[in-house]
Design a protein around this ligand. Structure first.
Ligand code: ADP
Ligand code: ADP
Length: 221
């Protein structure tokens, strides 16, 4: 029961004279209920892969399907629409607008996917990430751990089939990291697919499967 399917992804970058093949035929699948960790040294293609899976970037070759629907090779507006409804994305740069409260950030993410039926109660979602009492705070008023969980609430705003996260526990202390990992694990238990790019030993530990990237390819286990 595959919820995320990447088939033979290539990503070619040209910057002036410089040409880089950041992805060289990457194929992977994430099933419902599964947590997959992607690891690899800097420059191995992890961010490029995540961006292609999320429909934020277009692969030069290959295809990405989410819940059976192709998201790659579509106009940006269509990719954005599919992403809003089907994929939760948590990037290191953060996904919160600074002038909006936590609650309004989540509301906005929901508005972006207007028309979708399933709606968990907003307060329930904030309680789930432990931010019920911080709903009206602005991002700048939050601690690092609270920011990470607010970002997660935004990523989960539309109950996505797939959650893609780039180093979700990067700068968190041990206890907060455990808490965020617990939330990821619950997503998988609820039958969603989870893929995390991570260097964290703890995050790798909760994964059902680890995919190691090197030079744009998946290393043999
Ligand atoms: P990682 O996330 O594992 O550090 P990246 O996906 O960021 O790897 O980068 C993979 C390769 O692609 C690197 O050689 C990097 O320099 C190159 N690259 C990434 N983004 C761009 C870009 N926008 N333009 C040109 N080259 C890029
Ligand atoms: P492929 O790249 O493999 O040809 P397609 O785009 O043809 O993939 O779509 C794969 C499946 O997803 C098909 O069953 C198709 O009907 C369905 N599908 C494609 N686009 C959409 C869409 N925008 N909304 C709903 N279903 C879609």
């Amino acid at each position: 029961d595959v919820v995320l399917d990447a088939h033979e992804l290539y990503r070619f970058y040209r910057a002036g004279e410089e040409e880089t093949l950041a992805l060289r035929g990457v194929s992977l699948q994430v099933r419902r209920g599964e947590t997959v960790a992607v690891t690899g040294p800097s420059g191995s293609g992890k961010s490029t892969l995540l961006a292609c899976l999320a429909g934020l970037d277009e692969p030069s070759g290959g295809a990405v399907h989410v819940g059976g629907v192709r998201i790659s090779h579509r106009p940006e507006a269509e990719r954005a629409r599919l992403r809003a409804r089907r994929i939760g994305v948590l990037l290191q740069s953060g996904n919160l607008l600074p002038h909006l409260s936590v609650r309004d950030n989540v509301r906005l993410a929901r508005a972006a996917a207007a028309g979708d039926g399933r709606r968990e109660n907003l307060s329930a979602l904030l309680d789930q990430v432990g931010l019920g009492h911080r709903a009206h705070a602005l991002p700048q008023e939050l601690s690092g751990g609270e920011l990470a969980r607010a970002g997660l609430a935004v990523a989960l705003a539309n109950d996505p089939e797939v959650l893609l996260a780039d180093e979700p526990t990067g700068e968190l202390d041990g206890a907060t990291e455990q808490r965020v990992l617990e939330l990821l694990r619950k997503r998988a238990e609820a039958g969603r697919g989870v893929l995390v790019v991570t260097h964290s030993v703890e995050a790798v530990r909760i994964a059902d499967r680890v995919i190691a990237l090197r030079d744009g390819r998946i290393e043999a286990p």
